[in-house]
Design a protein around this ligand. Structure first.
Ligand SMILES: N[C@@H](CCC(=O)N[C@@H](CS)C(=O)NCC(=O)O)C(=O)O
Length: 217
């Protein structure tokens, strides 16, 4: 096996890895997993690859499974010796990069795990599950308001592009949704626009977020 295999779903977190694989010129096959919230079968099938049944799940050319987008991001930088997405050790922006990378995956990302299908965590009480999801969604807004003041321009780390920009550009498509970011976190919305307009990601972005391009077409 000489190719990477990315298990993902258009518009979901796999786009963060897909964009890196494409820009780094690493050949990969994409396995579309289906809607994990609507299809028990999709969840079961992916569960045979990643017991957590989440995307992204990346099978490396040697057959090793990697999950966790941040781990994959760091690994791809090391494996290719490229610093397109990760400031290398010793780089002045490295501490901030590591801080916000982990912040996004440790704090922001789990709010989707809990609120996307709240009945998994609050079973048997639809009202309570809905109230829980609302609280988690509100908490996410507070988290974004901690992230936003740290964002530079034109990219999160200022002049230097990094994987943080891919996370922001992807996650601003998710709840609370782009209008919220436009009003409450314009620095993050601007990063999302920058990624959308970046030729390096055009094909991947169009495939994952076709509605972003429909209006302009
Ligand atoms: N910590 C993981 C989070 C991955 C994640 O939550 N992925 C979502 C899609 S964007 C998912 O697969 N959700 C399905 C579920 O939670 O059951 C990462 O950073 O890769």
């Amino acid at each position: 096996m000489s190719r990477h295999v990315l298990h993902g779903q258009p518009g979901w977190g796999s786009v963060i890895v897909e964009a890196q694989l494409a820009a780094l010129g690493l050949p990969f096959d994409f396995v579309e997993v289906g809607n994990l919230f609507e299809s028990e079968e999709a969840r079961r099938t992916l569960g045979r690859v990643n017991p957590l049944a989440q995307v992204p799940a990346l099978v490396l050319p040697d057959g090793t499974l990697m999950t966790e987008s941040a781990a994959i991001t760091l690994h791809l930088a090391e494996a290719t010796g490229r610093d397109d997405f990760v400031p290398p050790p010793g780089h002045a922006a490295r501490p901030s990069f590591l801080r916000w990378l982990v912040f996004l995956v440790a704090n922001v990302y789990p709010t989707f795990t809990y609120a996307d299908e709240p009945s998994r965590f609050v079973p048997g009480n639809e009202e309570a599950a809905k109230a829980f999801a609302q609280q988690v969604d509100a908490y996410r807004c507070r988290l974004w308001q901690m992230v936003a003041p740290a964002a530079g321009a034109p990219w999160f780390l200022g002049g230097r592009f990094s994987a943080l920009d891919l996370y922001v550009a992807t996650m601003t498509h998710w709840r609370p949704g782009r209008p919220w970011f436009d009003s409450n976190a314009p620095a993050l919305a601007a990063i999302a626009e920058g990624v959308k307009g970046d030729a390096r990601f055009r094909t991947v972005w169009q495939r994952n977020f076709p509605r972003d391009f429909a209006a302009a077409a």
